[in-house]
Write a protein of this length. Structure first.
Length: 295
């Protein structure tokens, strides 16, 4: 399986540890898919600052090539966090830097490059919505992370995204089964053929409009928990790799058994991710604070 992470990269700055870690939704899914045996690459925009060089080096060190990515003038994205009782707490970010202000596109041969992958993953943090129709037309499966913010569940936003993807991931933390399935159903109603919802320790749900499946989380003790950074991305990677391995293609919908196995694989991947510092380790001591536009 060949997976392309398409879009965001960011530095996760843990102020309690004084360490910068590489990350970003599109980056993480590519790294985790590689960790699960897929051939994965990353396509995005890096800032021309020291943090951009750090990010690119760390991603490649994790086994994910960035050969076709671009470097553009501007700052890298930085999010600030701290860990409280093993759980990450976001404190703010600088708007994502040049990765968001001048996002990657499919021009200059990048469309043909992306067509060589079995699955392309992107997210709301990548500002790649305008590229989704082009991605979808290439024939590769497209996955898209809709995160948890209300603005990305608005019908007008779903109309821009859902018809051009093959699976969406939504964070459904704090929702019971009925509430969570209602969120997933809304994505299906706007055109997505498959919707996955994650709820941390409460487990996950998936629906294709007919089957409605739930699965428990793989819990670990607080004594061994490192932090939860990247666990949702790891869940998605495990789910996608399992489903594709079972024969899922745009022309071949997954069976109920395939979906059930994919939920289990996602839970295993998320559990393993809880034992990792940052998104995929490779941290370094933080440099000067990034203050511009922090909120």
């Amino acid at each position: 399986m060949r997976v392309l992470g398409f879009g965001d990269n960011i530095v996760d700055r843990f102020v309690d540890r004084g360490i910068d870690y590489p990350g970003g939704n599109a980056v993480n899914v590519a790294v985790y898919a590689h960790r699960l045996g897929a051939e994965a690459e990353y396509l995005g925009v890096f800032g021309d600052d020291d943090l951009g060089a750090f990010l690119r080096s760390a991603i490649e060190d994790a086994g994910v090539p960035t050969t076709r990515s671009l470097v553009r003038p501007g700052a890298s994205g930085v999010s600030t966090l701290r860990v409280v009782d093993g759980d990450r707490t976001f404190l703010g970010w600088n708007g994502g830097g040049v990765t968001v202000s001048a996002p990657i596109d499919l021009d200059d041969g990048r469309s043909q490059y992306a067509a060589g992958f079995d699955l392309v993953h992107s997210s709301v943090y990548s500002r790649t919505e305008s590229q989704l129709p082009r991605l979808h037309a290439l024939g590769a499966l497209v996955s898209f992370d809709l995160s948890s913010e209300a603005e990305f569940r608005d019908p007008s936003y779903l109309e821009r995204v859902a018809p051009f993807v093959d699976v969406v991931l939504l964070s459904c933390a704090g929702l019971d089964d009925e509430e969570a399935f209602a969120v997933l159903d809304a994505a299906l109603a706007h055109g997505a053929p498959l919707a996955l919802g994650t709820r941390g320790t409460r487990g996950a749900l998936v629906t294709d409009g007919t089957a409605r499946l739930t699965a428990p989380a793989r819990l670990i003790s607080d004594e061994v928990l490192v932090d939860t950074m990247g666990c949702g991305d790891a869940y998605l990677a495990g789910f996608l790799v399992s489903l594709h391995g079972a024969g899922w293609r745009r022309t071949s919908a997954p069976s109920v058994d395939d979906l059930d196995a994919a939920l289990a694989a996602g839970a295993d991947a998320a559990r393993d991710q809880c034992l990792v510092e940052g998104a995929f380790s490779r941290g370094r001591r933080s440099g000067a604070p990034v203050a511009a536009n922090m909120w």
